[in-house]
Design a protein around this ligand. Sequence first.
Ligand SMILES: Cc1cc2nc3c(=O)[nH]c(=O)nc-3n(C[C@H](O)[C@H](O)[C@H](O)COP(=O)(O)OP(=O)(O)OC[C@H]3O[C@@H](n4cnc5c(N)ncnc54)[C@H](O)[C@@H]3O)c2cc1C
Length: 303
Amino acid sequence: MSLARVHERLSRQLNGPVRRDEPMARHTTYRIGGPAALLVVCDTIADLSHVLGVLGDEDLSWTVLGKGSNVLVSDQGYDGAVIILGKDFKRHRTEGEQVRSGAGVTLAALVQDAYSRGLSGLEFAVGIPGTVGGALAMNAGSRDQWIGERVESVTLYVPGQGLAVVRGPEIEWGYRSSGLPARGVIVECSLALEEGDRERIRRTMDARFLSRKAKLPMGMPNAGSVFINPEGDSAGRLIEACGLKGLRVGGAQVSEVHANFIVNRGGATATDVLDLIDRVRGVVSERYDITLQTELRFLGTQA
Ligand SMILES: Cc1cc2nc3c(=O)[nH]c(=O)nc-3n(C[C@H](O)[C@H](O)[C@H](O)COP(=O)(O)OP(=O)(O)OC[C@H]3O[C@@H](n4cnc5c(N)ncnc54)[C@H](O)[C@@H]3O)c2cc1C
């Protein structure tokens, strides 16, 4: 595989940017991460199909990134291609109570649009950063509501197969997982909402937003909850009970506001975050005999 050749082939045929050695710190809410060998923006399904074909021919690994709000990228970066969905994937349309959305639309835009049309069902998602594709891949939500519940269908692009539609009930929605094929790129979905009272929708959204604002660290880069809540308990409660709020490794710190968040206080590296994760896990395991599992997705190989 020659990166120069892949870069040359893709740059020739795509309208969107194709960059080499792109610092991933620019593309993650953590503001952490070394360079991706390639970063490719696909504006259309034809672009995506072409890119995946070339990457397959050249045996180069790839991943899709939304807003990078749930990802920690290695300090050494990623030696494959990061695909970002551009123009055509940033559109959505509403017909009655059904919303069809491209995977590149931000969840925030969908939540606001649903509210403005008096459609209820997405209030729980207010304040969750990221794209619709990321939300579907992660089954984003709160403790008691998640996006999977609203999904009528998801359209994926699967290399070597093309477009495939999976119906919502056939998808194994789990806690922060979707069970969708890992080698598929989510390109679109259809969500079922219901008519609601605009004033009530607004009140629910306001209440959720204010509660998040009070509970979550605002203003310091982070990537949301680090650990999955263990059955019947909360990772934040366990970490706080171990007295770990405020614990620091380098520029990374267990948030003083919410113990299940690790914030970048400035200059944090992925190594800092990973070391802190290990330390938190070790203390919680020793005290409670519970091994915390990470919700955060990791990209790249750490030296
Ligand atoms: C301050 C803050 C608060 C948060 N609060 C919540 C919360 O309340 N609830 C919650 O669930 N999450 C929360 N998160 C985590 C995060 O916002 C969600 O998981 C979000 O849905 C991720 O979307 P994204 O576009 O940023 O995905 P990314 O972080 O870019 O990607 C996440 C994963 O999805 C995959 N992916 C992304 N797009 C696609 C696609 N088109 N096709 C296939 N795979 C894809 C990526 O490969 C990666 O594995 C929070 C994060 C932050 C920073």
